[in-house]
Design a protein around this ligand. Structure first.
Ligand code: PMV
Length: 355
């Protein structure tokens, strides 16, 4: 492996090109929270995610002399990305039998249609997009690599990115290197996710640090890991039957138990704001009035509500005054797809407008 930043000729230039992709975050219905002690983002708990069509990451990768990366026009510290790029180059060189890929470097430009690092899983879509676009930029056909390997590479950047490579409903088992498709995007057409960003703040502690602190200090952690398989099975069964009350109830157990491990960490991790708690109470009331609307939260205070198309507007108006940014109603999305680079400009403009 070449040292970081070492500039070398790129001998595979004839295969290289600019490649652009579109990706979506994978919202965890059942949460991955905790990493196994050894390995890179190997999960201690199984998870099930669903792709959110309305939240869009677009990424263009161009082969270059050194690694540079910007998100929404802001240059990122390249050290954060080096373990990911090292894994990507190593894996692609091995799978394709093209050792020169180890010397490849990338110029990356990425845009999100929603705030980065605010608990809306931008890293999931971001690293999934980066993986697929880098492959395409090196001229490696996706079929040659396979989605399982793409998922394993994306995982090194951010665990949840392993799920975002795929569309629809995705399962990622405890101890697994990669995620797997469970059901396609059109499996449950009337399902909607109402995303309600209740804060504009960047999160106080990264999911990576919060997971590590939880595992190291929370007396609840062992119980959480032991209990997690039952939640994956219950949610998978409910999705198979398109049974929202059962899925919602498994989702609620998953996120509340995940946060219980964080509350008990030392020092405690508290992502919620008063608006998050108020949303939980209002949705409880809505359900008691017969409206199926089930919330979840991730490493941040933002609320995501699983409901059906006929109730999405009621959910939106119920929570609207708590929102720091306009709520977004999302359908279930696809996985990472290649796009024509000339489309990027228009789509970025659309993304900005929806913030
Ligand atoms: O993979 P990360 O570091 O983005 O962590 C994801 C953690 C949660 O969003 C809270 C749960 C999940 O499964 O996506």
């Amino acid at each position: 492996m070449s040292p970081i930043g070492q500039r070398e000729p790129v001998p595979h230039r004839e295969n290289s090109r600019a490649a652009s992709v579109r990706a979506h975050p994978s919202l965890a219905l059942v949460k991955y929270w905790g990493k196994q002690q050894h390995g890179t983002n190997i999960p201690a708990t199984g998870s099930i995610g669903v792709s959110l069509a309305a939240l869009v990451t677009e990424t263009t990768v161009t082969p270059a002399e050194c690694d540079t990366l910007s998100i929404d026009g802001v240059e990122q510290p390249s050290e954060r990305y080096q373990p990911f790029f090292a894994a990507l180059r190593d894996r692609l060189a091995t799978v394709t039998n093209r050792p020169e890929i180890r010397d490849a470097r990338f110029h990356v430009e990425s845009t999100n249609s929603y705030p980065t690092a605010a608990g809306l899983a931008s890293s999931a879509g971001g690293f999934a997009a980066l993986t697929v676009a880098s492959c395409a930029a090196l001229g490696v056909p996706r079929e040659q690599i396979g989605d399982a390997t793409l998922s394993a590479i994306a995982r090194v950047g951010s665990g949840s990115a392993a799920r975002s490579v795929f569309g629809g409903f995705v399962r990622w088992d405890a101890g697994a290197e990669y995620a797997e498709s469970l059901y396609p995007p059109d499996w449950w057409p009337e399902l909607r996710v109402v995303v309600v960003p209740v804060s504009r703040e960047t999160k106080s502690i990264s999911s990576r640090d919060a997971m590590n602190r939880t595992r190291a200090t929370s007396p609840m952690y062992a119980a959480w890991v032991a209990d997690a398989p039952s939640l994956v099975s219950a949610a998978a069964l409910a999705i198979g039957r398109r049974d929202l009350p059962s899925l919602g109830s498994a989702m609620r157990r998953s996120y509340l138990r995940m946060f219980a491990t964080m509350f008990a960490a030392d020092p405690p991790i508290l992502y919620w704001t008063p608006e998050s708690v108020e949303a939980i109470r209002r949705l409880e009331k809505l359900r008691s009035d017969g409206i199926e609307a089930w919330e979840t939260m991730d490493a941040g205070p933002q609320i995501k509500v699983l409901t059906t198309a006929d109730h999405a507007e009621t959910v939106r108006t119920t929570l609207e005054d708590l929102a720091a940014l306009p709520p977004i109603v999302s359908e279930i999305g696809g996985g990472v797809t290649l796009i024509d680079p000339t489309q990027i400009q228009n789509d970025t403009t659309r993304g900005e407008a929806s913030r």
